[in-house]
Design a protein around this ligand. Structure first.
Ligand SMILES: *Cc1c(COP(=O)(O)O)cnc(C)c1O
Ligand SMILES: [Zn+2]
Length: 444
């Protein structure tokens, strides 16, 4: 195999490590690692040849290239043998042209990348397929790995449990007790993972899982493990591919631990360095006001960074006060004319519901991104002719408590301006007709 990739330090230390070494941070400075590819080898194919190859594979059936991630295998993780790839046909999710919502906001060209249309209902599948495939390859190569573990705000554990179950590898998930949705809790249970429900928050779970995975036979699956970022960066590749290899003007993405925005930026930089694109989008990270350490840092021009105690937010997957990938995210924001915006609980809930009225089915995190979009449009920072892509991170069906609470008007401090409730009626035709005609303003 000619294509090569390895771990290197994001702060530029000389040390590198093979992808099958159990290593999560630089042994020299403690900084995060990233996967680096042999660009020289990749440049032997022209930009046009890459585009043609990726288009030929997209959504087809030849294992494993029909997957949105593995269709770009050479760019992601060339070393895993096809037989050891653990894929659930992730990626290749719909880029939804949200015409009606765009019209409401005065935007001509608004798109929502529906990353939640995936096996476990969130973008976490994109990264987990790479990580679990590497683990399967390591086990096949005789490495001693007994289990894979992660701390999670809900979606990471669902993805880890599913991919491990498909591969027959034991999974251990560390969840903050009572802070994840029912769907998020039931997924790892159904997939047979060992589920630890801990009396702490995500940041507390993260500390614990780091301690447990200091034992090299228990492999750490959190996004400080940069293998996940490699899979997640395909969101950038796919957005551009789905726009016929054009780069949008603005991309808005919700951020918690900040692995996903780091991945988004990495995907664009790789396309740029291999000549597939020649411009960069503006990248906007949207945070919940109750868990906004990046926003606060942004307000100081990234001069200061204070981890915070994240407060409860409806956007539970981004209730993170000490984001692991902070440094990577700031680098990306500096290179992509970056903006950070925040949304209150009310703003995120109303934005999600308003979007739903035009055919979306938003999770609260996507609500945070849509609320940021609305603010930037109101401030004139996004113009009507701009091509804008909002990254939707999970499927609304994982968050039915949130959505039901909204429509029942039971979410504290939220007006529920777009609430819609069932109309209870006797099972009588005239009563039913009367209600319908009244609603449609029709004469009987
Ligand atoms: C994990 C997650 C996020 C945040 O992604 P980070 O990489 O932690 O910034 C946002 N939305 C959903 C639904 C998630 O599961
Ligand atoms: Zn280093």
């Amino acid at each position: 195999m000619a294509y090569k990739a390895w771990f290197s330090c994001i702060r530029g230390c000389a040390e590198t490590y093979p992808l099958d070494e159990v290593v999560y941070s630089c042994k020299n400075c403690g900084g995060l690692l990233e996967v680096t590819h042999d660009d020289g080898e990749l440049k032997k194919r022209s930009a046009q040849e890459w585009k043609t190859l990726f288009d030929e594979r997209y959504r087809r059936n030849a294992w494993p290239y029909g997957s949105g991630v593995w269709g770009k295998k050479e760019w992601i993780c060339p070393y895993v043998e096809d037989d050891n790839i653990v894929s659930l046909y992730e990626g290749a999710s719909n880029l939804f042209w949200t015409e009606r919502f765009g019209n409401e906001l005065g935007l001509e060209n608004l798109w929502v990348k529906l990353c939640g249309n995936s096996h476990t209902g969130s973008f976490k599948d994109l990264g987990m397929t790479v990580l679990v495939s590497v683990v399967k390859q390591m086990i096949a190569d005789g490495k001693n790995i007994d289990a894979v573990a992660c701390a999670s705000t809900g979606d990471t554990s669902a993805a880890l449990a599913a991919y491990c179950a498909a591969a027959g590898i034991p999974a251990i998930v560390f969840l903050p007790k009572d802070k994840v949705s029912t769907a998020q809790l039931i997924q790892p249970l159904a997939n047979g993972a060992m589920v630890l429900s801990l009396d702490t928050d995500f940041d507390g779970c993260m500390e614990l899982v780091k301690e447990v995975t200091a034992d090299d036979t228990i492999y750490l699956a959190n996004s400080m493990n940069s293998l996940r970022v490699e899979g997640q960066k395909t969101v950038a590749l796919e957005i551009v591919q789905q726009l016929d290899w054009n780069v949008p003007d603005v991309i808005i993405i919700p951020g918690g631990n900040l692995g996903n925005v780091s991945a988004l930026g990495k995907g664009f930089l790789q396309m740029e360095s291999l000549g597939l694109i020649s411009k960069r989008p503006k990248i906007v990270v949207a945070q919940a006001q109750n868990a906004n350490p990046l926003y606060r840092s942004y307000k100081t021009g990234f001069k200061e960074f204070q981890p915070m105690q994240a407060k409860k937010t409806l956007a539970n997957a981004i209730q993170i006060g000490n984001p692991v990938s902070f440094e990577k995210a700031v680098k990306v924001l500096k290179e992509f004319d970056g903006v950070v915006e925040e949304a209150t609980e009310s703003e995120l809930a109303e934005a999600a519901a308003r979007g739903d009225r035009t055919g979306m089915f938003n999770c609260p995190h996507t609500g945070v991104a849509l609320a940021a979009l609305i603010k930037l449009v109101d401030r004139g920072e996004i113009k009507s002719s701009d091509q804008v892509v909002v990254v939707s991170t999970a499927h609304g069906l994982k968050f039915t408590e949130f959505k039901l609470g909204y429509h029942e008007g039971k979410l504290e401090g939220i007006e529920s301006r777009y609430a819609n409730r069932p109309i209870e009626l006797p099972a009588k035709a005239d009563a039913v007709k009367k209600a319908i005609y009244e609603t449609l303003n029709k004469k009987a």
